[in-house]
Design a protein. Structure first.
Lengths: 1115, 415
């Protein structure tokens, strides 16, 4: 009967489940393809269309590719039903990038919808149109956004703000300024909702365009409390960055309270610190503010931890970086005051992200005495969801590390609940051990006692470690801690007998380690504890715990009065137990017996010697070869000690030396306790980087203090900026000098050729830059190029792969040659002439009635704008007739003037392009048969892969041609020293690093041809030649392998650096060689660049041209 | 900014993916995530921010459903987490709960909601009352309608006017025939009793929950009799900061329907309403355990649904527990739950029994923590009292209601 009832209940529940599912879309999800979708899409009933679209979405949700329905779905975009429209948009956005051509069909409908009176329709159309990531429609979308940014409906303006990052994401360099302008307009909006979205757009588009913020800074601050929570998070960050860039850090704030301003007579700051200390009732404890750490934190915020840590070996230069002019005082600065005022109520926000962002502002900018008001709101966040609890704790930990006294009175908040996740528990433990004070330590230790009995043994082990930390920090408590730990060790050693207790071993090991760290501070006063530990050796079975104690035997063997007397017994015991130990312990026993022997007194010496000999004999026949090796090593080392009969018997002269070594290895006393060096990384509070502890892509530290100076300011600031510029100049000179120094220091080492080249190169580039504005445009369009210019050009293209300079005197160069004969053979003329930029065909003579047009990329910097590339076009008349009026023009520009139906595109283009995409060439009036002419055009490519459509005019005809960008020339050389290179490289790990392997054959012909030449050099040369002939890079360094055979080139490494033309983002290339000199080499090309897509494309390009056999070298 | 959101069922199946930007995230990342969370222990699952080889993953888990969001660039992690929490809240509000079937059955609504809530990786409309106007929640009527007519659009044609107003949380001009406003004080007691039986920490986490059904554009003022006891507080965006700062009065234009007006914390309470006295003795491989539960200080209202749950340590091989009141269940994962209900007048509920330890163990050296649950209706244990709730312009037929309740939050009694 019972059974029957349960089955009824089951059917009932099934029935009710079915009931619940009626009317939902359940059947569509479960079986989306049970009907033919295609005809439904073309149905004339909205409901059927709707169902079909729902089925498609179900398939998308389940991860199927249904992009083949795209054309049919696009047709439905004209539907009047809002639901169909919504579903179509959902589908469109999912696939638009995959099917660009069909997506274009929908543009007209969007255009129509954008004029709809219903704001919801307008907003949807805008969102979808901007979401379709097609370069073709970008100008249209931009125009639409511009229109919607002035829409009367707030919702539409908000969507317009959200659309801007989408457009920015397409990397429309020519529209960048227009997009930024729109951001400015939207930031100035009077509706808080729009401002929030605009702040988000600002952060992702132009986080450093502080001019936009300056215009309405006050208004933004006032509107901040009314902005939606998500906008608040980003707007707070933006305002903080602006204030730092504009006014610098606040003198009274925590960041500057400790250092840097001593010369300004700010004596009261010390009082402030003291106040804070007294305020907390800290019993005069020293660490109310960890000034060293605060300095590190503030430096990390400004510079980013990677840069800071990379040069942290020069602490002296660090402390003097903040000049008093780069700081401001809250009393005099309205902007700072307003920022602090408007962010402090946000500490009451319901959204934990807002609270943390506001707390970050107060932490960095607020006067020292106000910082404590962030404490309670932060602690209250610990009562929110488990996920945010963890993130908040990570941030609180940083605050507490710098200023433990802030959180010290609130230690109860970090007591651990059984339901906390393991990470939260671990963080809370760290927190408790950080903020423990003499007044709170007793309650904290009582909590710890409870935690040790927790069933989660990993947590218990962490607790034991935390006890050690507490004891280390607070000098008054070690005795209590040690007693507790000793009791624990005794107890654990019984419980630890069991094999099954895997967690117990961890607790025991940790307990012994904690005791060791406590004892280390003051071994003499803990002598009894040490003895107790030695006594417990017999009961402790866990190998690593035993090993630690045995190690302590060795270290403290001459401590006090009692231990030396026990030594004989202990060593006997160790020798006795040697056989049954784990190898970890065996190694430690060997060491310890050796140490004991060395510090042995006269009376014990003979016996100890016998024990050591015994142990060494055992060790020699051990199964583990680590143990055997160690034994042999010790035996050899101790041979002198073992040979003599008295401990102080150094009479044998020839063995004095080895005795000395032995003393050095084993007799060394422990260093006194010192606080460990700080290697923590600090990122801005609330950032992702702080949680994952590496700089996430896009992470930017605070801007340099006072780096933002705007023009309207008075002369003083102009002077300031001049001073800055001068400082910059100094800096760059310094850097080049250091480069020089490094070069010379590496001079003698065989592993560096390039650094010295590059340092020469630096100077050279500077001089070139200085000359450039004065010199007229280089006249390469001349048909006959003079040899000088040719040489100059090739030198620049190579970016100075030279060791000779025409400007330097011949003496120095010869001296140089004699010094570094290994690479003096590479003469400049040699390479310069051999570097031939690759040329491509624009028009074949067959298609062009005998006109042949080729083009090649030049490495010159374009004069018109940094985004342009110089292209040399070679016209050649291979026909018998003269050709007249040859010219190249932009196709788009033609269309504007020609066709009227394209006005919208044209207008958008015309109004948003302040610089034309192409600087046209001088027209060739007539080209005689067999004559050729060179012209220079400057082109800006819209996209690094898409060709540019041009129109070629000749003989009155128009021929469309495609100018394909060469990726290698969309970068420009960026000279840097090898140290800078390595530093930059280390900052671009993980997803910014990609590599490809390819083979390389060019050098084979080379090395055969020139036998007298160093093989490495010829390989370097041919690779460099190949790379530089195909791209515009700067050679940073060449690392030669330090190998004995000259045949193997493995390890050869060339480094090139450059910047992407459009975005100025650095791009680093490393080519590593593998294989034998005379055979086909395997190259690994590695690129580090933030711009992943560009980098990957360039990587492929480099790999491709490296593989293809070069024709130029054979000729 | 966020690039993609995935909803995973409790078996790791990807139920839904929503790409947010042009940089698509392949769903293979979910497979990676699930493999990791299976191969690693629980600590991975409770890690809210994970750096995977290609993306940063944010995760929250609600009712067995894992919400994953991916990003490749720096963004405030709390923003992602809070947003996912908001999505989970809205979905469970719409679907009347959260589980695998509900999400799958209403996947269109989930898609429409996600599309409205986030645009290009940045939150767009997250205010529940506005969302409800844009996308109708599924209800019985609409379900029936869709069965009968085969068509019922749940997407609104018109833009809710609240979406652009300066009080974005309030729909414009709702109309009610009877104006009602209810204020609930819902408190949770967090406490730790250590192994010596001492109350280490006892505090109240409370929320002021409101349900407002008022016509027009009401302006409310809520004041407490004893605001000074409040240690920490957080407010709904509708609360104006100024009046609170100056004289601790909550002044606000309420959203429509249910919402959480503020949360607060009252610290350092001296007493708990219920006591738990556990005792354990262990000797030669068996432990005797006995737990007494009783009323410590009578709050004046009945204490309901008292439960006590704890996890038996790993080294316990079997347990034999019985109680003189209520029921004891032991699950296969060694979780014991003692459901007491109300405390009877005539006796003190006690749980007693023996635990058999694994062979070889003499004594128990790790001890469980008891989690106490209870509920008291009609009283706020923090002592917070609402003084009055004023409306600026009093509408006709106004009804105001006040309630309070306290339940156990994180209530740990260590043995």
């Amino acid at each position: 009967m019972f059974n029957q009832f349960s089955s009824t209940a089951e059917t009932l529940s099934k029935a009710s489940a079915v009931m619940l599912r009626i009317g939902t879309d359940a059947h569509l999800y479960d079986d989306p393809e049970d009907v033919n979708i295609a005809p439904l899409l073309d149905s004339k009933f909205e409901s059927e269309k709707c169902e079909a679209l729902k089925r498609l979405l179900a398939l998308i949700a389940q991860g199927f590719d249904v992009s083949n329905f795209f054309p049919q779905v696009v047709n439905n975009v004209a539907s009047h039903s809002s639901e169909v429209k919504k579903l179509v948009y959902l589908y469109l956005l999912h696939y638009a990038e995959k099917r660009p051509n069909e997506a274009l069909l929908s543009i007209n409908y969007f255009q129509k919808d954008l004029g709809d009176p219903n704001p919801l329709v307008r907003a949807w159309a805008l969102r979808t149109m901007a979401g379709i990531r097609l370069h073709v429609i970008a100008p249209l979308a931009l125009a639409a956004v511009g229109k919607c940014a002035r829409d009367p409906a707030v919702y539409v303006r908000k969507c317009a703000a959200n659309a801007l990052p989408k457009l920015h994401d397409l990397r429309l360099e020519e529209h960048a300024s227009d997009i930024e302008e729109l951001v400015g307009i939207l930031l100035n909006d009077h509706s808080p909702g729009v401002v929030g979205a605009a702040a988000a757009a600002f952060t992702s588009i132009c986080p450093n365009n502080f001019n936009l913020i300056r215009r309405n800074y006050k208004k933004l601050c006032q509107i901040l409390p009314d902005v939606e929570e998500w906008g608040q998070i980003l707007l707070i960050g933006t305002l903080l960055r602006y204030v730092v860039a504009r006014h610098g850090l606040v003198r009274e704030s925590l960041m500057l309270s400790i250092h840097g301003l001593d010369n300004n007579g700010f004596c009261e700051k010390d009082d402030l610190v003291r106040d804070l200390t007294l305020d907390k009732g800290d019993d005069g404890n020293s660490d109310s503010v960890d000034s060293d750490l605060v300095r590190v934190v503030s430096k990390c915020y400004i510079e980013g931890p990677d840069e800071y840590l990379s040069r942290s070996s020069f602490p002296d230069t660090v402390s003097s970086v903040f000049h008093s002019k780069e700081t401001t005082s809250i009393a005099h600065n309205e902007d700072v005051k307003i920022l602090l005022q408007c962010t402090s109520p946000l500490l009451w926000s319901n959204n934990s992200a807002v609270v943390l962002a506001a707390a970050g502002v107060q932490w960095i900018m607020a006067p020292l005495e106000d910082v404590k008001k962030i404490v309670k709101p932060l602690l209250f966040l610990l009562r929110s969801s488990t996920a945010s609890k963890y993130v908040v704790l990570c941030n609180i930990l940083v605050f507490a590390k710098a200023v433990p006294s802030l959180f010290a009175p609130h230690f109860e908040n970090f007591f651990i609940y059984s339901s906390d996740a393991y990470q939260v528990k671990a963080h809370k433990l760290e927190m408790l051990s950080l903020i423990a004070t003499t007044s709170s330590i007793s309650s904290i230790l009582r909590e710890f006692e409870d935690y040790i009995k927790d069933p989660d043994r990993r947590f218990a082990a962490d607790t034991v470690a935390a006890i050690g930390l507490c004891a280390k920090r607070l000098p008054t408590i070690p005795t209590t801690c040690l007693d507790g730990l000793l009791a624990l060790v005794r107890q654990e050693s019984f419980a630890g007998d069991l094999e099954s207790m895997d967690g117990e071993a961890g607790v025991l090991v940790q307990a012994v380690m904690s005791m060791q760290t406590i004892i280390e501070r003051d071994p003499l006063s803990h002598e009894k504890v040490i003895i107790q530990l030695f006594r417990s050796l017999d009961s402790i079975k866990v190998p690593s715990a035993r090993a630690t104690i045995i190690w302590m035997v060795g270290v403290y063997c001459s401590l006090g009065h009692i231990i030396p007397r026990m030594l004989a017994t202990i060593t006997k015991y160790l020798a006795w137990s040697f056989k049954s130990e784990a190898s970890e312990t065996k190694l430690q026993i060997l060491n310890t017996t050796a140490k004991v022997l060395i510090s042995a007194e006269v009376d014990d010496f003979q016996m100890l010697k016998r024990i050591v000999v015994y142990v060494l004999e055992l060790g020699e026949c051990d199964l583990s070869y680590d143990v055997r090796d160690r034994t042999r090593f010790l035996k050899k080392l101790l041979s002198c000690k073992l040979a003599c009969h008295e401990p102080a018997d150094d009479s044998v002269a020839q063995e004095k030396n080895s005795a000395h070594v032995v003393e050095h290895v084993f007799g060394r006393k422990l260093k006194p306790f010192s606080p460990s060096a700080m290697h923590d990384r600090f990122y801005l509070p609330g950032s992702l980087s702080q949680i994952v502890l590496h700089a996430a892509p896009g992470y930017e530290p605070l801007p340099k203090p006072c780096s933002f100076v705007f023009e309207e300011q008075d002369q003083l600031s102009a002077l300031d900026s001049q001073r800055d510029a001068a400082a910059d100049l100094d800096g760059s000179q310094e850097s080049s000098e250091t480069g020089d120094e490094d070069g010379s220091s590496d001079y003698d080492s065989e592993s560096s050729i390039g650094s010295e080249f590059s340092s020469n190169g630096d100077e050279r580039t500077i001089s070139n830059d200085a000359n450039d504005p004065a010199a007229p445009l280089i006249q390469i369009s001349e048909i006959s190029v003079s040899t000088d210019q040719e040489e100059l050009r090739s030198k620049r293209a190579l970016d100075l792969w030279l060791d000779e300079q025409p400007s330097t005197s011949s003496q120095t160069s010869s001296a140089l040659n004699s010094n570094q004969s290994s690479y003096a053979k590479i003469s400049i003329g040699d390479i310069g002439s051999r570097v031939k930029p690759k040329s491509y065909s624009l028009l074949e003579p067959g298609n062009g009635n005998g006109l042949k047009v080729d083009y090649g990329f030049l490495s010159e910097v374009a004069t018109i704008s940094p985004l342009h590339v110089c292209v040399e076009v070679l016209f050649e008349n291979s026909s018998e007739e003269p050709i007249v009026e040859v010219n190249l023009e932009d196709e788009e520009a033609m269309k504007v003037s020609d066709s009227s139906e394209q006005t919208l595109v044209g207008k958008a283009n015309a109004s948003y392009n302040n610089v034309p995409t192409i600087i046209p060439m001088e027209e060739i009036s007539c080209l005689e048969p067999r004559q050729s002419a060179k012209r220079l055009i400057q082109v800006r490519f819209h996209h690094h892969l898409l060709p540019m459509r041009l129109t070629l005019h000749y003989n009155g005809k128009k021929v469309p041609v495609k100018l394909r960008p060469d990726l290698g020339y969309l970068v420009k050389p960026f000279s840097m020293s090898i140290e800078e290179f390595l530093a930059t490289e280390s900052r671009l790990p993980g997803m910014f690093e990609y590599s490809r392997r390819c083979s390389f054959t060019d050098h084979v012909k080379d090395s055969r041809m020139e036998n007298g030449k160093d093989k490495f050099l010829s390989i370097c040369e041919s690779i460099t030649l190949k790379v530089l002939s195909n791209s515009n890079l700067h050679l940073v360094s060449v690392d030669l392998p330090v190998a004995n055979t000259l045949e193997v080139a493995t390890g050869l490494r060339l480094r090139f650096s450059s910047k992407i033309l459009s975005s100025e983002i650095p791009l680093l290339i490393t080519i590593t060689v593998e294989g034998k000199c005379t055979e086909v080499l395997k190259l690994t090309v590695k690129i580090n660049c933030e711009e992943t897509v560009f980098g990957l494309n360039l990587l492929n390009r480099i790999a491709n041209f490296l593989v293809e056999p070069s024709s130029s070298t054979t000729s | 900014m966020l690039q993609c959101i995935f909803l995973l069922s409790d078996s790791g199946e990807v139920m839904l993916e929503k790409q947010l930007t042009g940089h698509r995230v392949d769903r293979s990342i979910c497979a990676w995530f699930w493999d990791q969370s299976i191969s690693q222990d629980d600590s991975f699952k409770s890690l809210p921010v994970i750096a995977s080889p290609t993306h940063y993953i944010f995760q929250i888990v609600r009712d067995g459903i894992t919400f994953l969001a991916c990003s490749q660039v720096e963004m405030p992690p709390l923003m992602a987490i809070e947003f996912l929490c908001r999505v989970a809240d809205v979905l469970s509000d719409y679907l009347g709960g959260l589980n695998e079937d509900l999400v799958k059955d209403n996947f269109i609504i989930v898609y429409e909601l996600l599309d409205e809530m986030i645009d290009n990786g940045f939150p767009l409309t997250t205010e529940p009352s506005i969302l409800r106007e844009m996308i109708a929640p599924p209800n019985l009527v609409s379900k029936m309608l869709s069965v009968v007519t085969g068509n019922a659009s749940n997407v609104s044609d018109t833009l809710p006017s609240g979406a652009g107003s300066c009080v974005p949380w309030r729909p414009t001009d709702p109309k009610y025939s009877s104006n009602e406003v209810y204020v609930d004080l819902v408190e949770e007691m967090d406490a730790i009793v250590n192994r010596d039986g001492e109350l280490v920490k006892c505090e109240i986490y409370g929320e002021v929950q409101m349900n407002s059904q008022l016509s027009g554009f009401p302006d409310l003022t809520l004041s407490f009799a004893n605001p000074s006891i409040l240690e920490d507080m957080r407010f709904h965006p509708c609360v104006r900061f100024r009046p609170w700062e100056s004289h601790q009065v909550l002044s606000f234009v309420p959203p429509d329907g249910e919402f959480n007006l503020m949360s607060y914390r009252v610290k350092k309470l001296k007493n708990t309403p219920v006591y738990v006295k556990p005792q354990i003795t262990s000797d030669s491989g068996t432990c005797r355990i006995s737990v007494l539960v009783g009323v410590r200080s009578d709050p004046g209202k009945t204490i309901e649904s008292i439960t006590l749950s704890f996890q038996l340590p790993h080294c316990v091989s079997s347990a034999d527990l019985s109680s003189n009141h209520g029921t004891v269940t032991i699950l296969s994962n060694k979780t014991c739950t003692w459901t007491i209900g109300r405390i009877p007048k005539d006796k003190t509920p006690s749980l007693s029994g023996t635990l058999a330890l694994e062979t070889g163990l003499e004594r128990l050296h790790v001890f469980p923590t008891f989690k106490l649950g209870f509920k008291i209706m009609g009283i706020a244990l923090s002592g917070l009292r609402i003084e009055k709730l004023d409306l600026q312009s009093i509408p006709p037929r106004l009804y105001k209601g006040f309630r309070a309740q306290t339940r156990a939050g994180e209530f740990d009694v260590r043995l």
